[in-house]
Design a protein around this ligand. Structure first.
Ligand code: ATP
Ligand code: MG
Ligand code: FE
Length: 355
């Protein structure tokens, strides 16, 4: 099926077009520049950004794909989770298009769309199928989750998630502490190159036996993460140097912080896969761009005999193609379309693939 996908859950306005698993267009506009001076995404500004960017982004996507709205078989749109006001702009636009062009509408789950993007046949990657028990590690500014995907259309299970900050959020907050600017992920990634990852031993959250238990008798937080203690540890380290009137070793702190995040992310993700019989793991979200994460996850997956799939970065960050990719799976599976009255659901649970 030819499906148009619309994404507006955070700061990216995305419109993508796919035919089955073929990627035809993936146009993305972002209001990130306007959030820089606030050091974080401001919901009202993001919503206004979507309003302004939607029509030109839609036009570019249709142009690039060389299709008209009439030819499209269905319209898919992110209905959650995400920022309520931002979601509402994309949803309203999708409903309007579905009504005007008389097309079925599919309200879909943003997190599951991050996994569905792995099906797309792009110039860079050749992945066209995900085995029926695929794992997904999603790491972005708003999410840190490990999922088990039995079927993209009707069997998705949350294995673990962060109990406080998201991984990207931890990067952003730590970069601010180090005076590295926003967004912090790329800044820390770059600063860490010149640093010693062993200079500081920062905490690996929720790794104590009382939280993790054993494989036979898992603790409540066996597959969960926590990054707020790490942020505090970095703040304390910075403070110590400042109090002593010494220069803050930014590169060493950045490298050690990054090592702590990536170590605990990868060790828990790989173990969750092993304990759930998962032999293929997909990495998604903006933090997937991180070089050390790619390296260590690659090493640990290889040692564990897990096949690792990392889509091109443009498909890992928020985009419309991933929404279209999941929409196409739903259409192909004969799922019933959504009602035109579906609401934005900022906390849509991951088990609900479509609404
Ligand atoms: P959502 O959480 O809804 O998917 P988002 O806009 O918060 O949306 P993305 O746009 O996918 O998430 O990713 C942005 C996040 O990724 C930011 O927190 C940013 O710091 C982080 N990030 C980007 N590049 C890197 C990198 N090289 N290393 C680490 N983190 C990175
Ligand atoms: Mg973003
Ligand atoms: Fe996302």
């Amino acid at each position: 099926p030819l499906v148009l996908g619309i994404e507006s859950s955070c700061d990216e306005t995305g419109v993508g077009i796919v035919r089955g698993t073929r990627l035809l267009a993936n146009e993305v506009a972002s209001s990130m520049e306007e959030h820089v001076r606030f050091g974080g995404v401001i919901p009202e500004i993001a919503a206004r950004g979507h309003l302004e960017a939607f029509t030109p982004t839609l036009r570019r996507a249709l142009d690039t794909a060389g299709v008209s709205l009439d030819e499209v078989d269905a319209i898919a749109v992110t209905s959650g989770p995400g920022l309520a006001g931002a979601l509402m702009v994309g949803l309203s636009a999708a409903k309007g298009l579905a009504m005007a062009a008389d097309k079925p509408l599919y309200g879909i789950n943003h997190l599951v769309a991050h996994v569905a993007v792995g099906l797309l046949d792009t110039a860079e990657g050749q992945v066209q199928s995900l085995p029926p028990n695929t794992g997904a590690l999603l790491v972005s500014g708003g999410h840190t989750e490990i999922l088990r995907v039995g079927s993209l259309t009707d069997d998705v299970q949350l294995l673990g998630s962060t109990i406080d900050d998201a991984a990207g959020e931890a990067y952003d907050k730590t970069a601010r502490l180090l005076g590295l600017g926003y967004p912090g992920g790329p800044a820390i990634d770059a600063a860490a190159v010149d640093g010693d990852p062993k200079a500081f031993r920062f905490p690996r959250g929720l790794t104590m036996p009382k939280f993790e238990g054993s494989a036979e008798n898992p603790g409540k937080h066996r597959h969960n993460w926590s990054f707020s203690g790490l942020k505090t540890a970095v703040a304390r380290a910075v403070e110590q140097f400042e109090k002593a009137g010494q220069p803050v070793p930014v590169a060493d702190i950045a490298a050690s912080f990054q090592e702590a995040v990536v170590d605990v992310l990868t060790s828990k993700a790989v173990r969750a896969c092993q304990e759930h019989g998962i032999t293929t793991l997909l990495l998604g979200g903006g933090v997937a761009a991180n070089r050390r994460l790619r390296q260590l996850l690659g090493d640990r997956c290889a040692s564990a005999g897990i096949e690792l799939i990392i889509p091109p970065v443009k498909l890992c960050t928020d985009n419309g193609a991933m929404v279209a990719a999941l929409g196409a799976q739903l259409v192909a599976a004969g799922a019933s379309p959504s009602s035109l009255g579906i609401p934005a659901d900022s906390s849509l649970p991951v088990e609900r693939v479509s609404v």
